[in-house]
Write a protein that binds this ligand. Structure first.
Ligand SMILES: Cc1cc2nc3c(=O)[nH]c(=O)nc-3n(C[C@H](O)[C@H](O)[C@H](O)COP(=O)(O)OP(=O)(O)OC[C@H]3O[C@@H](n4cnc5c(N)ncnc54)[C@H](O)[C@@H]3O)c2cc1C
Length: 392
């Protein structure tokens, strides 16, 4: 490993760059560095490598790794997988999901899809996407990026590799695909501070009876609870998403509150303390990410790093793949940043609107009842809403 002396570090540069002037570095400087190998990063890497670009993914986790997620893949995600040539591989492993059974304010509504969606543990799904990107020619480096700044040639990216060694990479382009709380967005000054954000708690559970291939969603005040059937018989992904104040009020005994709440929300039909937790219970939050810009002078933000959509409508994975692909496509065209900003705005605004609209409908008992009545009688409206929520 050669030592790579840093060219003149300017005053005001971040501490990581000031502390040392020489770091162990990669022998070759990649043209494009992507931080994060989730769906956004891996999709972007595969597209760039396929186009013959030299791309290096820097990922902090050892794959396969888990990710807090409902693990539902909607029609838009399926479409993206199809474009990338991965639909058969994922479809073969996934659990078909025929629809959503929504319970809110004492009502139950069934929304069945025209063709099944999928669910698949993220450990398998993300590993498959990464494997595909590497097979296409992208390279990967394990490491936690902790600092980023602009240089004459493009960007300097400081990370700690899996043996604890401090290293710096230089690349012409930089793509932040590092999810909520993105280091790339923060260090380049593209993150926008924001308040609020929900919290999620859940995990994989075994021992569910009568799972019928639909996602069950139970809506309560300031919280919702989702059960998503997984490929193994009787197993499901369980997520309880709640406002910050609920999380705070429950902090004395999260497990007991979760058990009580799932009994209430499901009218005792799906108490979480009657099924077996597989592995660890996971909690994450606050779920928020806002940015001032998603592309500026060679830097691009994709997936959650560019902005977060509430998980209620399960659109995040599709959006991550779509924005990853869009950034890769923009990079081969003139005015790449402006082009990507426009595509991102269109995709993100649409997803955000759909999420906000559905969120509003189920929030108030009055609106939920009205919507239920409309949707039961108007087939076209029902199909339209299902298509919108599926991202197509
Ligand atoms: C509770 C919950 C439920 C959800 N349910 C669904 C659902 O059912 N369906 C759906 O479509 N979406 C769902 N989502 C949204 C979905 O999980 C995200 O939108 C999606 O994972 C975004 O992909 P990404 O590639 O942008 O980021 P991520 O999947 O978060 O990947 C980011 C990657 O970057 C790596 N990384 C982070 N920081 C660094 C660093 N400093 N250095 C190096 N590597 C780094 C991480 O290890 C990770 O591998 C849910 C989200 C939540 C929170």
């Amino acid at each position: 490993m050669k030592r790579w002396p840093l060219p003149g570090v300017r005053a005001g540069a971040s501490r990581a760059f000031e502390k040392r002037r020489s770091f162990a570095c990669c022998s070759a400087m990649p043209e494009i560095v992507i931080v994060g190998a989730g769906p956004a990063g891996s999709t972007c890497a595969a597209e760039l490598a396929r186009a013959g670009r030299e791309v290096l993914l820097v990922e902090r986790a050892a794959f396969p790794r888990t990710k807090v997620c409902g693990e539902y893949l909607n029609a838009a995600a399926q479409r993206e997988l199809d474009r990338g040539g991965l639909a058969d591989a994922v479809g073969h492993l996934a659990q078909p999901i025929r629809g959503i059974a929504l319970s809110a304010h004492g009502m139950k509504m069934i929304f069945d899809f025209a063709s099944p969606a999928w669910s698949l543990p993220r450990s398998r799904f993300d590993a498959l996407l990464l494997e595909h990107a590497l097979g296409t020619g992208a390279k990967m480096q394990r490491g936690q990026v902790h600092d980023v700044r602009r240089s004459e040639a493009g960007f300097l990216i400081a990370f700690r590799d899996d043996s604890g060694l401090e290293r710096i990479l230089e690349s012409e382009f930089l793509i932040g695909a590092d999810g909520i709380g993105s280091v790339v967005a923060r260090k380049l000054g593209h993150a926008r501070s924001s308040q609020g954000g929900r919290f999620a708690i859940g995990g994989h559970f075994r021992g569910f009876e009568r799972l019928d291939g639909r996602i069950e969603m139970y809506i309560g005040r300031k919280k919702y609870f989702a059960i998503n059937p997984l490929p193994q018989e009787g197993e499901a992904n369980v997520m309880l998403v709640m406002d910050r104040e609920v999380m705070r009020a429950w902090s004395d005994d999260l497990q007991a509150h979760m058990a009580r709440e799932t009994r209430t929300l499901t009218a005792n039909t799906r108490p979480i303390d009657s099924v077996e937790l597989l592995g660890k219970r996971v909690a994450v939050g606050p779920l928020r990410q806002r940015t001032k810009t998603v592309a500026d002078r060679g830097a691009f933000l994709v997936g959650d790093a560019a902005g977060f959509v509430d998980p209620f409508t399960g659109q995040g994975v599709a959006l991550a793949m779509q924005t990853g692909r869009a950034a890769a496509a923009a990079l081969s065209q003139p005015r790449a940043e402006a082009r990507y900003r426009a595509v991102h705005r269109a995709l993100f605004t649409e997803r955000k609107r759909v999420g906000a609209f559905v969120g509003l409908l189920v929030k108030s008992p009055f609106l939920a009842r009205l919507a239920a009545r409309w949707l039961q009688t108007d087939e076209r409206l029902r199909t339209f809403l299902i298509r919108k929520v599926s991202g197509i």
